[in-house]
Design a protein. Structure first.
Length: 554
């Protein structure tokens, strides 16, 4: 392709890519008859935003990373959605007869001229936007417009019912609406969906980066049908409205499998629905991607490569424990290693690992599965969570009889793991012999790289951070890139306790307390707070996030 040759030279001239890499991937792109920027992005050579910024400059177009909040849905509705989805573009504004279009494929720009026939525009102006964000925008616009259409059609036909009829068919528009809510949540990176009925409206809120955000309001008129649809999808009893229920939906979204854990609870205005989203395609085995410091990674690698012992992760729900456990398992998964897991639920399916789903109705509990595992010749055992004394007993005894055991447990910090095991009835000597270490983790929000503001710490902030000299830190501002939150994504912060001889001696002593162990961890190892402090001083997160953790883990 002539374009590849010319654009490759531009990338070299602008020092965006080295000549060797540019020429190598130009040849690959020509061989597959694709634009060179696709090859560079696919192979991780350059970020999508950076290469599309360069592409826009090269072609003489404006570049823009447009956020969902900037899209005027009423304006987009005026144009055929099938064309917009096919051409991967969206009308942005109409001003003085000029229709501005956001698009991600400059090779299809001429095809957009069909849109001139759809309105009063006489001229087109194009703005280049990166494909991933363009897809998010199109999915968002398509979903929201579809939702509006469903609502209007449903209310117009007056088909909503106050009572849920178990035998009544669910209207196709309601099916589309319910599916669109799930897809919208995935596209926004939400971990949970809250659908809450109130007196005059139904609120839809998504938990994004750990914070609930109100996304939409729906009419109470349509809510019974929405509730019925989600109950049917998750195999719940749609006629039962007096007691809480739990179920599961399995769904493929754009070829990627997801599990949705559905929970309903009766409120004064009807049943509230909460849906937790689990992606089944998490596939990282790179322990570095979790966010450990170099020292922490060294300690982790030493622990997980031991032939036997137990490693426990601790932290609140939603702190990333499952992600950490799955990363460890993928790293350990080898042909010569027999790995078995018992989970509730199985959040990610891993090829080559034997995973068991807890089923209390069939008496398949954590303890029952563990007892059978010991007859299955395992090298590594992963327990989703240690919840009771029996599971703790079997896990610790497995650890001292030649198995590496990974699990999670609920405590406030790493040192508290020892106290919890002892309180569960595990003898002190068994805790000291079996426990390799504990990892306490939390998630803090990353500052948006586009709008974070630098500042020098004042005396009060220095006292909070426990530093003696003023330092440069960053604070959140908010922009369209981060939907005016000031944050974009989250990152883990960790506390790692290795069972040293000194800690073992304290465990075996008559005056053992977790506070004494905590003092050693604070003195010799990185705590959650000290790791977060490092993140603040590195400009990754904010003092606000650190301050919130102080109150939680202090």
């Amino acid at each position: 392709m002539i374009f590849n040759t010319l654009f490759t030279q531009y990338l070299i001239d602008e020092l965006i890519v080295s000549p060797e890499i540019a020429e190598e991937y130009c040849a690959k792109a020509d061989a597959s008859d694709t634009p060179i920027y696709n090859e560079l992005i696919k192979n991780g050579i350059i970020e999508e935003e950076k290469i599309f910024q360069a592409l826009a400059d090269y072609l003489g177009y404006e570049y823009r990373f447009c956020q969902l909040a900037e899209i005027d849905l009423q304006f987009v509705k005026q144009y055929p959605r099938d064309l917009l989805l096919e051409y991967q573009g969206v009308p942005f504004e109409l001003k003085d007869g000029v229709l501005t279009i956001l698009c991600s494929n400059p090779f299809r720009i001429e095809e957009f001229r069909e849109l001139l026939m759809q309105g009063t525009a006489k001229k087109l102006k194009f703005i280049i936007s990166p494909p991933k964000q363009m897809k998010r925008i199109l999915d968002y616009a398509n979903n929201k417009i579809q939702q509006d259409e469903v609502m209007n059609e449903y209310i117009k036909n007056d088909t909503a019912k106050e009572e849920i009829d178990p035998d009544a068919p669910i209207d196709a528009p309601v099916i589309k609406l319910c599916d669109s809510i799930l897809i919208d949540a995935i596209n926004r990176g939400a971990s949970d969906i809250h659908i809450e009925p109130f007196a005059k409206a139904v609120y839809i809120r998504f938990r994004i980066d750990g914070k609930l955000q109100k996304i939409d309001e729906l009419s109470t008129q349509i809510y019974p049908a929405i509730l019925a649809r989600y109950k049917i999808m998750s195999e719940l009893n749609i006629a039962e409205r007096r007691v809480p229920q739990d179920g599961k939906i399995s769904l493929d979204v754009e070829g990627n499998p997801y599990d949705f854990r559905v929970s309903t609870v009766p409120t004064i205005h009807g049943e509230k629905i909460v849906i937790r989203i689990y992606s089944k395609t998490f596939a990282s085995s790179d322990i570095s991607s979790l966010g450990f410091s170099p020292l922490q990674k060294s300690l982790i690698m030493d622990m997980i490569t031991r032939p036997h012992g137990i490693i426990l992760l601790t932290g609140p729900t939603g702190s990333g424990k499952s992600t950490t456990l799955y990363t460890f398992l993928r790293y350990l998964a080898k042909e010569d290693t027999n790995i078995m897991t018992v989970e509730d639920p199985v959040e990610n399916e891993i090829v080559g690992i034997n995973q068991v789903q807890v089923n209390p109705k069939a008496n398949l509990t954590f303890a029952a599965a563990l007892r059978s595992f010991l007859r299955q010749d395992p090298n590594v055992i992963m327990i989703g969570e240690i919840r009771d004394e029996e599971t703790a007993q079997i896990a610790t005894r497995a650890a001292i009889t030649g198995h590496l055991v990974l699990s999670s447990i609920h405590t406030n910090d790493a040192a508290g793991v020892i106290t919890r095991l002892i309180n569960m009835g595990i003898p002190k000597y068994l805790v000291a012999d079996s426990l390799l270490g504990a990892i306490s983790q939390r998630l803090v929000r990353r500052l948006c790289p586009k709008c974070k503001i630098a500042k020098i710490t004042n005396p009060a902030e220095m006292a909070i951070l426990r530093i003696n000299e003023p330092a440069e830190i960053f604070e959140a501002k908010g922009c369209l890139y981060c939907n005016n939150t000031g944050y974009l994504g989250r990152i883990g912060v960790f506390e790692i306790m290795i069972l040293t001889d000194e800690i073992k001696e304290i465990i075996m002593s008559d005056n053992f307390t977790s506070e004494k162990v905590g003092e050693i961890v604070e003195r010799d190892m990185t705590t959650v707070l000290s790791h977060t402090r490092e993140r603040v001083l590195a400009g990754i997160t904010s003092l606000e996030e650190y301050d919130q953790l102080v109150d939680i883990v202090k």
